[in-house]
Design a protein around this ligand. Sequence first.
Ligand code: GDP
Length: 513
Amino acid sequence: MQPAAPICAEPASAACAVGVFRVFMPSVFSDLLEEARLSVRSIADYGDHLLHPTVRLGVTGLSRAGKTVFITALVHSLLRGGRLPIFESLTSGRIASARLEPQPDDTIPRFDYENHLKALIDERRWPASTVDISELRLVIDYQRESGAMRTLTLDIVDYPGEWLLDLPLLEKSYEQWSAESLALSRQGSRQALARQWHAHLATLDPATRADEQQALAAAKLFTDYLKACRDERFALSLLPPGRFLLPGNLAGSPALTFAPLELPEDKDAPGGSLWALMRRRYDSYRSAVVRPFFRDHFARLDRQIVMVDALAAFNAGPDALHDLEAALGTILDCFRTGRRTVLSSLLRPRIDRILFAATKADNLHHVNHDRLEAVVQRMVRDAAERAQFTGAKIDVVALAAVRATREASVRHGRDELPSIVGVPAKGETSGGEAFDGETEVATFPGDLPADPEKLFENPEAFRGLASANAEGADYRFLRFRPPKLERKDGREPALPHIRLDRALQFLIGDRLQ
Ligand code: GDP
């Protein structure tokens, strides 16, 4: 059993005043130390960037949002070239060459570009998704608009969005986090998913002696609840702590063996209690997991793309959409938090461009792409206004990094329906029909409303979308296989996409002028 530490992180009562002093001083000190470390690194990065212009691009998004496919397509389009009309430096012929080079950080896994590309092109299957951080360095030789030759280094850092959504925990005590998590778990569709965990919670007395088995059971039931929320039927987004869903090498460790408790507001944790144990582990999670991620990765990014699977949220219904909206707001607030690290922002503006990309737009007919953008724009509107105070440029794009469908007009009775055609993955089903992974099908995915407010006002509009061709049997969008592509004379084919060039132009276009 872990020894429980009777600490008091909040100046809540006179009874824990001594504890406050003891914990508060080191915390201020460690914050200063952190600032100092960040600024030393900023100076080093800054000097390095003057000599070798570099963009450190963060690619994030929740599990299965489309990060891996996006990075593979982005790198391939720069290495090989492709049809990217809006990406000006490539179209105008100013990019002379691009190549992969060894990445700068030796302790981060390399993004497995070659195998991901092989899966897409040769095996016609989607590559394995992101579960951890990874990195890839791409070096681009280009001609400036003035004519001079230059080199831009692009460091791509792929990391789970679940980790990003942990950053607000740095500013929350265990008691605050506990109360917020419990309140959220009692809302909408979460309530039913949390039933078992809530039943166990009702048997716990936070003030009793800490018991490892109780902590283990609470953490397991809480994790099960978070996993159920992530299930595609519910597709909820706001589910910290992120490592509970993607534990990596921390699986089973005490830093992941805690859960919220129902706590009295007017008391403090008795020494050796379950409450004290949970609080200590929560604090360990923050200091051993969240803070290093902030310091070593997040604080060093220059640009950020956030991949958003808005279609999965439409499929799941209004709760999922509102949850996604809250998650996107939290993400944007994280960027504000990032810029509050005073010294580093004085030395060099850090993240100065943020792109929200609504992925898998090839599941919709092109008349809906602008509408999809408008919905995501509406979701980030308020938070974007807050973030813009920091000077970061924010944009939204609906894209398909790898387009798996083509468009067709399909006659349905008297109507011509704007449809999409693709090969559903083996095992996919729709309206009782199972697909073999080889046969093309045409589906009418339905239309998003021209006015995004309509989606927010009328919850039924969510469901109408994917069910348009499924007669109410199945609301999901179909999962299509990647497109059939062939090498010509041994040369890799270009990957078809939707608006990948717009994303590239926004993310690095200005650095290639
Ligand atoms: P990650 O977890 O964010 O790395 O997500 P992935 O990039 O692995 O994508 C998850 C899944 O989404 C893939 O296996 C595909 O089924 C689907 N997907 C991703 N990008 C696209 C796209 O551009 N078009 C289509 N049709 N599906 C995509």
